[in-house]
Design a protein around this ligand. Structure first.
Ligand code: PMP
Length: 253
């Protein structure tokens, strides 16, 4: 949770939004919402935005408004997705070019791009789209980071490829290294995906979702691969408290 709130404040800073309350208060408010709703598991979405103020583009005098939404959310990419994987396509939409919108910010405006990617993919019968950056390198899914495996080596696009620094991405890199895999952040050409042994998405909502096919080309065996499975097992063991939280990822509500 600490890391989520840190990224909220980072995103606000990138957009010159002052959050008038400190991080601890914000974090405690998130816990309180989970507590009063009695959720065992839920998705939390804290939002800050420029609220009432003068019309016009300059937003510096607008009051900052804060919302925290929480709801129970099922498997984001479908009930079978974690086990069977999902069929996806490369999007015809690119992620934004560097120095247009800050791709590292988790900002509502950025999701106009994500929505185009997701809706195009679903209109074509796919669960999700993978976007390239404006140089043609693999960036990420509309709401997920991506990991590619070949010959036991794991590669994920670096932040310079218009990538959101996902929290699950960070946890999964840590887990992969714990499991003894070599992980590098490196540029991924589109064709590397087609010949990978395994590809999977990561995200708070998508968790660790294997990709079964891209553009109707099966990835590896077309089924969840052994590394995705091993990562899922360790990821859910952490989440469910089955193993010690040696990284300080847990907060008790
Ligand atoms: N990229 C984008 C564009 C996203 O919207 C998300 C989901 N928030 C992610 C990656 C994954 O980030 P996280 O693991 O923090 O949920």
């Amino acid at each position: 949770m600490k890391e989520h709130i840190r990224r909220l404040y980072d995103s606000a800073k990138m957009y010159r939004i002052d959050i008038p309350i400190d991080r601890e208060t914000f974090t405690n408010a998130c816990f309180e919402i989970v507590r009063v709703n009695g959720f065992k598991a839920c998705y939390l979405r804290p939002i800050v935005f420029r609220g009432t103020g003068p019309f016009g583009v300059y937003g510096g005098n607008n009051a900052t408004e804060c919302f925290i939404c929480a709801w129970e959310w099922g498997a984001y990419l479908g009930a079978d997705a974690l086990e069977k994987g999902v069929n996806v396509m490369f999007s015809s939409w690119n992620r934004f070019a560097p120095n247009t919108m800050p791709a590292m910010a988790k900002c509502g405006a950025n999701y106009a791009n994500s929505q185009l990617i997701k809706m195009e993919a679903m209109a074509h019968g796919f669960a999700e789209g993978i976007a390239l950056d404006t140089s043609g390198y693999v960036s990420e899914g509309s709401g997920e980071n991506i990991f590619v495996i070949r010959d036991g080596r794991v590669i994920t696009p670096p932040l310079g490829n218009s990538v959101l620094p996902g929290i699950t991405r960070h946890c999964v890199i840590t887990i992969l290294r714990e499991l003894g895999y070599e992980v590098v952040e490196g540029m991924v050409p589109r064709e590397m995906i087609y010949v990978a042994d395994e590809v999977f998405f990561t995200g708070t909502a998508a968790e660790v979702t294997p990709i079964a096919s891209v553009d109707k080309i099966p990835i590896g065996t077309g089924k969840r691969g052994p590394i995705a499975k091993a990562v899922q097992e360790r990821f859910f063991a952490y989440i469910n408290g089955d193993i010690d939280d040696t990284h300080g990822w847990h907060n008790f509500v």
